[in-house]
Structure formats: structure tokens, C-alpha cells
Design a protein around this ligand. Structure first.
Ligand code: PEP
Length: 246
């Protein structure tokens, strides 16, 4: 069985209306790629981004959602609202959410269940800090995050997990190819559907390192932050992913 290849862009808190031209620039490259191409802009651009992608293969997603379907949660966005705006996926448990908003594994599990209930694919992020890696605890940390944050019905859905070592996000540092390979294998063996689950690598993926990382057997794609803000960098990463299936 072939697992999907997914290249996902995370724009974080970047992008005004003028950034929407990005979608027209990447759509022809995405159309030629066997990889699924997803871009997660800020929530303010989601509906316009979805419209810009209408009739193309490019999908759009949210960067977070609330666990409740609706209610008195000022400033929050539900999974159904993301879906209504045109999202197909939602990033959950990004290390910046864990750090800036104190999100714990149980919160991420609840959000993942809400996302699935609303018809969204959750992209669940896990990853160790530098001190945890230096202490040799990276597998223990990631295994704990998986055990705590996978949805209750994880065995009956095809999961997307993003392994993002915290120290590699936005720093220009990437984990070594050997470290990525062994962590992805460790993650896969802990998933209820290892054969069909999609495991992304994230952490300073750029055009010049994408082919090597995406060439690894257990790496099914990438979650890309900084390089997803630039159409030529992002399309170069999509093209590197296309070569994975050649
Ligand atoms: C991310 O935002 O998930 C990420 C991996 O960022 P960057 O590619 O900039 O390291």
C-alpha cells in the first residue's frame, strides 16, 4: 500500500491579502506532483486562500482549532469553522502552541477528536527540545506525546504526524538524516496504523536539504515553515517530493 506524500506549509503569523498571489504561483507545480500540497495560512486569510485554490489541487488548512464545537471562547476558532472556511486539515500541537499557549497532550487529543468530528485531517506535531535530546530522552519524549495526544479512535483513521524537533524549528538547524530516520521509525512502530499513517518531518526544511530528508523511507513529507513563505522555495520542495515516488 502506498502512503500519501504530503508537503504542508505553515505560514504561522505571516501574510496579508497581498500574499494570496502565492497560490497562483504554486498551483501549476502542485498539479504536476503526486504529493498532496497543503498550505496553512493565518485564519484571516483562510477563506480567501480556499477561493484562490478553487479548481486547483492545492488544499488549505488551519494552524489550530478549539476542542469545543462552539461556545464562549473569545478569539478561538472551532474545527467546523475552519471546515466552513474551506480547510481540509488542521495543524495541532505545534511546539509554538505548546510553548506560547501551554497546550498539553490532553488538549491536543481533544482538538484532534474535534477536528476529526468536523471532517478535518489533524496534523499532530510532536518533538523534543534540545535539552531533552542532549539527555538522550528524545524517543521517550516523543513516545509520551504520541501516547497522550493521539485521538481515541486513532486506529480507525489514517493519521498525519509531524515530527518536529523543537530546536530545528526556524533555526536553520536540521536533525541529521540518521536521527530523522531512526525517530520516524520509532514513531511509526508506535502508531496503530503504521502502514497507512503519514509521518512528516519539520524543522528548517529548505530546497537544499529537502531531497535528502524526503528520500528517507519513513519520511512521507514535510511540514515547512519559513520556506513556505516563498513560492519558489516551496515549489522546489514540492518538486523534491515528486521525485520521492519516481
Ligand atoms: C514549522 O513551522 O513547523 C517549521 C518547521 O518551521 P521552519 O521550517 O521555519 O523551521
Amino acid at each position: 500500500m502506498t502512503r500519501q506524500t504530503l508537503i504542508a506549509g505553515n505560514w504561522k503569523m505571516h501574510g496579508l491579502t497581498e500574499a494570496l498571489g502565492f497560490f497562483g504561483a504554486i498551483a501549476p507545480i502542485a498539479a504536476k506532483s503526486p504529493a498532496t500540497v497543503l498550505v496553512c495560512p493565518p485564519a484571516t486569510l483562510l477563506q480567501q486562500a480556499a477561493r484562490a485554490c478553487d479548481g486547483t489541487v492545492v488544499r488549505v488548512g488551519g494552524q489550530d482549532c478549539h476542542a469545543a464545537p462552539s461556545g464562549a471562547h473569545t478569539g478561538d476558532i472551532s474545527a467546523a469553522m475552519l471546515r466552513d472556511a474551506g480547510a481540509t486539515h488542521v495543524i495541532l500541537g505545534h511546539s509554538e502552541r505548546r510553548a506560547d499557549h501551554g497546550e498539553r497532550d490532553a488538549d491536543i487529543r481533544a482538538k484532534a477528536e474535534a477536528a476529526l468530528a468536523a471532517g478535518l485531517v489533524p496534523v499532530i506535531c510532536v518533538g523534543e527540545t534540545l535539552s531533552e535530546r542532549e539527555a538522550g530522552r528524545e524517543v521517550e519524549i516523543v513516545a509520551g506525546q504520541l501516547a497522550g495526544s493521539l485521538p481515541e479512535n486513532a486506529a480507525s483513521v489514517d493519521l498525519v504526524i509531524a515530527y518536529e524537533p523543537v530546536w530545528a524549528i526556524g533555526t536553520g538547524l536540521t536533525a541529521s538524516v540518521a536521527d530523522v530516520a531512526s525517530m520516524h521509525a520509532a514513531i511509526r512502530e508506535r502508531l496503530p496504523n503504521p502502514a497507512t499513517s503519514c509521518i512528516l518531518y519539520g524543522g528548517s526544511v529548505k530546497p537544499d536539504n529537502a531531497a535528502e530528508l524526503l528520500g528517507l523511507a519513513d519520511v512521507d513529507g514535510a511540514l515547512v515553515g519559513g520556506a513556505s513563505l516563498n513560492a519558489s522555495d516551496f515549489t522546489a520542495i514540492i518538486e523534491a517530493a515528486s521525485r520521492k515516488r519516481e
